[in-house]
Design a protein around this ligand. Structure first.
Ligand code: AMP
Ligand code: MG
Length: 448
């Protein structure tokens, strides 16, 4: 089938060419993701031709497309952005007929590169593998890292020891249509195009038959409130929740300065340049909701404003419900009813905030709702309410997966650095591959 983006490429994208890299060395291929779109049988040589040198996939996009968008960055409107170091390479359908996009990061300069080199550091690519694998295992709706290929250039960056190695990454997700893609069309008063983009997003990614902007906002409110709740249960801080980093399919993506919060600290901030803590751990729902308001604002000329506001108003309640659902899922207990479940979640938060115990240890120790192992950290008064409440809950999963016999799998900054160090020092990738295996094991254990 013809990639659907071609219907709207005239106003949404710019045909571009990939950089000609001095080397292409395969570092990571995600065959689990590739099998969903029929690409897991490619030979490594073919993989390099397509995802390192970007020869078109047969019958797919004849040329990569850099997407145009604007966005609010730290709440300041920026009309000068767009795919500055990436492009849309191909679109493929999954078994359910939903479109999956392969987009790049670090594939070269585009008309939107401004002062940037269009490149990605190898460390940035390794970090994105770790973030996406971890989030996927923790049940977060995320883009997947499809491929990472080292490209043999020397890059200069202010936040990494330089020169540093280069890479090109491919990510797989249901679309790369951002809130900022709509903001750009509204800013330029391109109403007809705004209508066409709305229609496209609903058809290609939601299988919807209508092109109703209110329907799109409804879907985005539902998806993003859930995403925000998933971040909290995962203990994840994205770091840069700008409106150009929010996909209308609500898949989390574009991982730069991300961190997993070591403890449940609402003020914990991931990006060193986020001085005001705008995107701190505990402010992520507020930040994402603010972005969704910008989407509704962009669509206001096409829809009944009261109907848009009614959809936006659902965010807090949907967020609360999703928070309960995600916390209970991670803990592995069956829901009892929203009011009681909300109190259980509040008790977990209270315990975690007061004790500052590591989040992943807590969920590991209490998997299935009963304490396994040492009771010492939980004797504290801060956990009293939690202990009383959780005793009335039934387990939602069995714990016979070997994962539950070992240590909790976490992903704090020290470990990220410890995985990177042998790659930087002696090109030893074994720690990365071992970690990906271990994360996938945790994912299996949580899914069972
Ligand atoms: P981000 O903060 O990664 O979402 O990026 C914001 C904008 O800056 C996007 O338009 C990116 O394409 C662009 N950008 C980031 N890094 C580079 C780079 N090294 N070269 C060119 N453009 C970049
Ligand atoms: Mg971005």
């Amino acid at each position: 089938m013809t990639p659907p983006i071609l219907e709207i490429a005239d106003f949404l994208a710019e045909p571009v060419e990939a950089a000609n890299f001095p080397k292409t060395i395969l570092r990571f291929r995600n065959d689990r993701a590739a099998s969903e779109i029929g690409l897991s049988t490619l030979s490594d040589d073919d993989w390099l031709r397509h995802f390192g040198r970007f020869e078109p996939l047969p019958g797919n996009l004849p040329q990569p497309l850099a997407l145009r968008y604007h966005g609010h960055q730290f709440r300041v409107y920026n009309p000068d952005i767009g795919d500055g170091r990436g492009f849309l390479y191909a679109q493929l359908q999954d078994q359910a007929g939903r479109w999956l996009d392969l987009g790049t990061k670090g594939s070269g300069q585009t008309p939107y590169s401004r002062f940037g080199d269009g490149r990605l550091t190898l460390k940035g690519g390794v970090r994105e593998i770790l973030a996406t694998e971890m989030l996927e295992a923790l049940g977060v709706n995320t883009s997947r890292t499809f491929s990472l290929i080292e490209t043999g250039e020397e890059l200069h960056r202010g936040d990494e020891p330089s020169p540093t190695r280069s890479a090109v990454m491919v990510r797989m997700s249901h679309g790369h249509i951002r809130i900022g893609s709509f903001q750009r069309l509204a800013y330029l008063r391109l109403e007809d195009e705004l209508r066409r983009l709305t229609d496209y997003a609903l058809r290609a990614y939601f299988n919807a038959s209508s092109g109703d902007p209110v329907e799109l906002v409804r879907r985005v409110v539902e998806g993003t409130s859930r995403l925000a709740a998933s971040y909290m249960a995962a203990g994840f801080v994205h770091g840069v929740l700008n409106s150009d980093n929010i996909n209308v399919t609500s898949e989390s993506f574009d991982y730069g300065p991300w961190r997993f919060a070591p403890t449940f600290d609402p003020n914990f901030t991931a990006a060193y340049f986020d001085h005001a803590g705008l995107y701190a751990f505990g402010r992520q729902a507020e930040a994402i909701q603010w972005d969704v308001v910008q989407l509704a604002g962009a669509l206001r000329t096409l829809a009944d404003v009261d109907a848009l506001i009614a959809e936006l108003d659902r965010f807090p309640e949907l967020y609360r419900r999703a928070l309960v659902e995600r916390f209970l899922w991670r803990l592995g207990v069956q829901p009892k009813g929203i009011d009681e479940d909300l109190r259980l979640v509040a008790a977990i938060e209270q315990g975690l905030i007061a004790s500052q115990l590591p989040i992943d240890h807590f969920f590991f120790d209490w998997a299935g709702g009963s304490l396994r192992g040492d009771d010492a950290p939980y004797r504290d008064e801060a956990f009293a309410d939690f202990r009383t409440r959780v005793s009335g809950y039934r387990a939602a999963r069995t714990l016979d997966h070997p994962y539950w016999q070992g240590e909790p799998c976490s992903m704090h900054i020290e470990e990220v650095e410890a995985i990177w160090a042998p790659i930087a020092e002696r090109d030893d990738w074994s720690a990365l591959y071992a970690k990906v295996e271990r994360i996938r094991g945790m994912g299996e254990a949580l899914a069972s």
